[in-house]
Design a protein around this ligand. Sequence first.
Ligand SMILES: [Zn+2]
Ligand SMILES: [Zn+2]
Ligand SMILES: [Zn+2]
Length: 137
Amino acid sequence: MTAEQLLQKHKLRKTDIRTTILNLFLNAEQALSEQNIECTLKQNCDRVTIYRSLKSFVEKGILHKVLDEGNVVKYALCGETCHDEDHQHEHVHFKCNTCGATVCFEEIPIQNINLPDGYKKVESNLLVLGICDKCPK
Ligand SMILES: [Zn+2]
Ligand SMILES: [Zn+2]
Ligand SMILES: [Zn+2]
């Protein structure tokens, strides 16, 4: 799927910045933080525009948030089935301690956790830390 096709599928108007940001994700094969994106797009580093684009991608089901270590939020491309009303991301995320890459394991769901009475789950996140398949062990 190309950036243009993604925008069309999710009924977002095509703008240069949206296309550029989506292309970054399509080529990155890992989750990206707002800062990663700002650094790559030095020439038109308008933080507000980047922030708004990311926000609409999340609302439309193109990207989902990945909780990284600390307070960093990264974003990753959604699977084919996500759309604005149904967006499920209870899968494992993995962060490499060596290269810092964070990736989605869409095929590994987070196990259901039984919470004590009186607690209601809204969402769960699982970040596994380790060494990825591209880094020396
Ligand atoms: Zn999604
Ligand atoms: Zn790595
Ligand atoms: Zn993910």
